[in-house]
Design a protein around this ligand. Structure first.
Ligand SMILES: [Fe+2]
Ligand SMILES: [Fe+2]
Length: 227
């Protein structure tokens, strides 16, 4: 079985992750490097682990998280599909079983909000883990606070965020502490509302509800399953 550590040790994959991050730096995007993909990998795996999915799927979620943004080294547009195509021969060469490859490439190919949606459990966990990574540490080093840039403003304002996974209630609660002197929930929603809706869909795929909580206030109506 291919493990997350095998992926982390692979020099081709390392170069693709770094290349994608450099491309996005030139284009003025927030951090998409090791910090982001490691966080997404950890969160995606944790979601499936806490919800009681088999360890094989937990590992696939960790692997998909680590590689989900490599397509950005080709182009930002359609980077999910590009990344899945790039990975296919690499995973085949690593002798990953084809059924596992299918999980990973469909999850990566479906993680973008412009055309993606949850297509399997790994995909649903990846979507949530990716879309909730809004935080001040995503602002690249040396970039000053810019009140005229909404992405900079929103990320700068988020001092703390976390995901509470409640298996009893089947609820995923994404909570953040936002500095209201820097930005506000309206700003957050202006750039994140589609992504938060995608999280609701992904949570629902896992038979969970998804709550968005900013400064202790619940902003959405949790999508509780009707029994
Ligand atoms: Fe992405
Ligand atoms: Fe991402």
């Amino acid at each position: 079985m291919i493990r997350l550590q095998d992926i982390k040790n692979n020099n081709d994959i390392k170069a693709l992750i770094e290349g994608a991050n450099k491309t996005l730096e030139v284009l003025g995007y927030t951090e998409h490097g090791i910090r982001h993909v490691t966080r997404v990998s950890n969160t995606a795996a944790k979601i499936l682990r806490v919800l009681g999915y088999p360890s094989s799927l937990v590992e696939l979620a960790a692997i998909a998280g680590m590689m989900h943004d490599i397509g950005n080294c080709i182009n930002r547009k359609n980077h999910g599909i590009a990344g899945a195509n790039l990975l296919f021969p690499i995973l085949l060469k690593m002798k990953m079983p084809m059924e596992d490859i299918v999980y990973i490439i469909s999850a990566i190919g479906s993680h973008e909000e412009q055309y993606g949606s949850p297509v399997n459990e790994v995909s649903a966990a990846l979507i949530i883990a990716d879309k909730i990574d809004a935080h001040r540490t995503r602002i690249r080093k040396g970039i000053p606070f810019d009140p005229g840039n909404i992405h900079n403003r929103v990320n700068f304002s988020i001092k703390k965020n976390w995901l509470e996974i409640d298996k009893e209630k089947m609820n995923l609660r994404y909570e953040m502490i936002m500095d209201m002197n820097v930005s506000c929930p309206m700003d957050f929603l202006e750039i994140y509302s589609t992504r938060m809706r995608m999280c609701e869909d992904a949570a629902s795929f896992l038979n969970c509800s998804f709550e968005l909580v900013i400064n202790k206030f619940v902003l959405n109506k949790p999508n509780y399953k009707i029994q």
